[in-house]
Design a protein around this ligand. Structure first.
Ligand code: PCA
Length: 325
């Protein structure tokens, strides 16, 4: 009898312990559709954390800008309205130039280099985010960025006057330099902006083109591979610090797997998305030598201006990147 009481008490204590821990719930807002590979990767990350902590930390993803719009997510996590979130680094370049490092034109030409650039950026990025009350969990690259348009783009002159959708200070600056009309539009509003003629062209990935069926309104995808930007998944620093040691370790371990899985997936998704664009009737073309030369010139101006703003941090990062190449 006594043994039974002892076991009953032990079971009760154990279940109380899990109930107490089970109260840790995190919201993780993100801005891209639930079926996008970044969002799926986040869902898998949340599942792994759940399993590794025995349900003690429940992360609820909120994809598709359903909880906060893209530009609001970072601030929401900083302020603790969400305990974690995903944001597009380059769109925050005005806050700190190095957020825009992976949006610099033609600095990297493939994902391997983009990963090296990330490694060079990472210590500075972690430090900056930490100062902002954020803990970097992981990053995942998008596929390389190319130009979508109604008409063929054979030179920078073909971009003149175009209503040009932008998502970062650099894409806006490029628009200005080629004489286009830049308009900031979030991915969630892309289809509508195209349908209503607010924009006529943009630079983004094969993935975002396929996700939004851009072939329904645009005809050309010019594969310029201008840069390889990243999403960052961050936690509120205090929320992370409040987890017990084993939950922190579980989060970091799941984050490391998510990073590895996500970067690999970006390459697969690029190939699949290009196939989808073609199936949808889009002309997927390589840039002409003239367009390449024109964009290289624009790129030089943008990189030079960025370096002036980025100062010693920018130089530290670029030196580290170049010596790793
Ligand atoms: N798609 C997102 C960010 C980069 C990308 O490839 C967008 O266009 O908003």
């Amino acid at each position: 009898m006594q043994r039974r009481i002892f076991f009953a008490a032990a079971t009760l204590a154990a279940s109380l312990a899990t109930t107490a821990q089970a109260q840790t719930k995190w919201d993780l807002p993100s801005a891209y559709p639930a079926f996008n590979f970044h969002s799926q990767n986040i869902a898998q990350f949340a599942k792994e954390v759940d399993a590794a902590t025995g349900g003690a930390l429940k992360i609820t993803p909120h994809p598709g800008a359903s909880l906060f719009k893209a530009p609001e997510i970072k601030r929401a996590v900083q302020g603790g309205q969400a305990q974690a979130g995903e944001f597009f680094l380059v769109s925050f370049q005005n806050e700190w130039p190095l957020f825009g490092a992976d949006g610099l034109p033609f600095l990297v030409s493939n994902q391997q280099d983009a990963y090296k650039l990330y490694q060079a950026q990472k210590p500075l990025l972690q430090k900056k985010l930490d100062q902002q009350g954020l803990t970097l969990l992981y990053t995942v690259a998008w596929p390389a960025q190319g130009i979508y348009s109604k008409k063929p783009i054979n030179s920078a002159a073909d971009l003149k006057g175009l209503k040009w959708r932008v998502y970062s200070p650099t894409t806006a600056r490029i628009g200005e330099l080629v004489g286009a009309q830049p308009a900031t539009i979030q991915e969630a509003e892309l289809s509508q902006a195209l349908a209503t003629g607010v924009i006529e062209g943009l630079i983004t990935s094969s993935a975002t083109g396929a996700d939004n069926k851009l072939y329904e309104s645009l005809k050309y995808y010019t594969n310029v591979q201008a840069w390889i930007p990243k999403n960052a998944i961050v936690a509120n620093k205090k929320a992370f610090a409040a987890l017990d040691k084993s939950a922190q370790e579980a989060v970091l371990k799941a984050a490391a797997s998510a990073e590895e899985r996500g970067w690999k997936k970006a390459l697969e998704v690029d190939a699949q998305s290009i196939a989808k664009l073609k199936e949808g009737g889009m002309q997927v073309v390589e840039p002409s030598p003239q367009l390449k030369a024109d964009l290289a010139k624009v790129g030089d101006v943008v990189v030079k201006e960025w370096m002036e703003k980025a100062g010693p941090d920018g130089k530290t990062m670029l030196d580290a990147y170049r010596s790793a190449k």
